[in-house]
Design a protein around this ligand. Structure first.
Ligand code: URA
Ligand code: SF4
Length: 303
């Protein structure tokens, strides 16, 4: 079913491309401390997709999701639900391990979100199972896991089930049986989901495209910021900070990924035009002031 009218081959190649992007991704600070990024794994035609929080120690070492102690418990839970590990797809909210297993930061989750959105759109599962609070928050904003664990809701036309994170059952023995009981309900949810219409093919294609363009816009902003950082030190020290914002307005010159609708700017501007001259161009509209720190924040994670 997951093809939803798309060829399995195009889903496979879309996922391969995504995996390659994740493995070399530098879009947030977690890239600096990871050993291996963990894109996710499983059946790209899965009816059920599980979404954890982020890789832990063993996942980071192996580049695979849920291979440590929590993964062992997840395997047991899958069995209880009558699902083989090979039949499902398993991904995480962030693809790189937060150091010392700390919670992922909001900006890290935002930077990584387009990957997960694309995975969901590609796989198009009937049921999404969130594992733990961070995963739940993306589908059930404002809810508490202690209130909604084991329950399902339709989110964006898809049945989503909120589960405790398997690690919670390892840390708190009293939760383990509660989690097992919640997983016993999964076959019923899957049956319910099979009765619901899956999102039409065009909608799914649009979702894939949107997630990809969200990632590109993060990359574009990062590249712009990096080039500005390298080139604009003297400009940023100017008292008239409006000029800093004007520099940011010229992506075709200062970014590695020019906007397609502005090709003329790149041709018109000799490569050697100093940042200052560009900033002084009289025809450009002035933007509100932004400090260097504010600009950096906006540039990296303003999704
Ligand atoms: N915990 C998670 O949330 N994800 C993993 O992949 C492993 C442990
Ligand atoms: Fe890793 Fe995701 Fe951050 Fe990229 S955005 S470095 S894949 S956690």
């Amino acid at each position: 079913m997951a093809e939803g009218g798309r060829g399995a081959a195009s889903v496979a190649s879309g996922m391969k491309e995504l995996e390659a992007q994740v493995k070399t991704c530098q879009l947030c600070r977690l890239a600096k401390t990871r050993t291996n990024a963990v894109p996710g794994e499983g059946n790209i035609g899965a009816e059920v997709m599980f979404i954890g929080e982020g890789p832990g120690y063993h996942e980071d070492k192996q580049g695979r999701p849920f291979v440590g102690a929590a993964g062992q418990f997840l395997n047991e839970l899958l069995q209880i639900a009558g699902l083989s590990r090979e039949s499902v797809y398993i991904a995480n909210v962030v693809k790189c391990r937060p150091p010392n297993n700390r919670d992922p930061e909001p900006d890290e989750k935002a930077a990584c979100a387009p990957y997960l959105e694309r995975q969901i759109a590609l796989i198009n599962p009937r049921v999404i199972v969130t594992l733990g609070r961070h995963s739940m928050a993306g589908f059930f904003p404002g809810e508490r896991i202690s209130q909604i664990h084991g329950t399902a809701s339709v989110v964006d036309g898809r049945l989503c089930v909120a589960m405790y994170h398997p690690a919670a059952g390892l840390h708190q023995a009293s939760l383990a049986d509660i989690i097992r009981a919640d997983f016993r309900k999964l076959p019923i949810y899957l049956e319910q989901a099979q009765l619901m219409a899956s999102p039409p093919k065009e909608v799914v294609r649009e979702q894939v495209a949107q997630a990809e363009s969200a990632r590109e816009s993060v990359i574009h902003r990062e590249e712009t910021a990096v080039v500005l950082e390298a080139a604009a030190e003297p400009v940023i020290e100017l008292k008239d900070q409006a000029q800093v914002a004007v520099v940011a307005e010229a992506p075709a010159v200062y970014s590695l990924a020019p906007e397609p609708e502005q090709p003329a700017v790149e041709q018109a501007a000799p490569e050697a035009v100093p940042v200052m001259e560009k900033a002084k161009a009289p025809t450009r509209a002035r933007k509100p002031r932004a400090t260097k720190e504010e600009y950096k924040q906006l540039s990296f994670f303003d999704l």
